[in-house]
Design a protein. Structure first.
Length: 125
């Protein structure tokens, strides 16, 4: 997920909303990155999230869009360049949904930090 508008506040709000909706969830450290494919140059605050839910993919995507709407996200925000929050489902179980996003360096770093935290939680990669 990422934000370039009230970044810290919006990521913190999204974190709380995600924690309330998922049975098990782990967050990477948030990182600042330059915008990609955004009409205005700006820094984004991004965070990788690993979550478990018994819900289906459609319900998960619906929940993610609801969190975006709660933060004021509108469909035209991507075109204006002002993004309160963008939460994308990159992978669902073994199905990669957004391969280009999944291979961004900050996403890979976030995934690695989450994987390295799993043994500390008593979990395997």
């Amino acid at each position: 997920m990422g934000s370039n508008l009230d970044k810290e506040k919006n990521i913190e709000f999204a974190d709380r909303e995600l924690r309330a909706r998922f049975d098990f969830i782990i967050f990477s450290e948030p990182v600042y990155t330059e915008s990609i494919d955004c009409p205005i140059p700006s820094l984004f605050l991004n965070q990788v999230v690993f979550a478990y839910s018994p819900d289906g993919i459609e319900d998960i995507q619906k929940d993610l869009k609801e969190i975006e709407r709660l933060l004021g996200r509108k469909s035209q925000d991507k075109f204006s360049g002002y993004v309160p929050v963008d939460i994308d489902l990159l992978q669902w179980n073994e199905q990669i949904l957004k391969p280009e996003d999944l291979n961004r360096p900050y996403v890979l770093t976030g995934i690695q930090s989450i994987l390295s935290a799993l043994p500390q939680l008593g979990l395997k990669e």
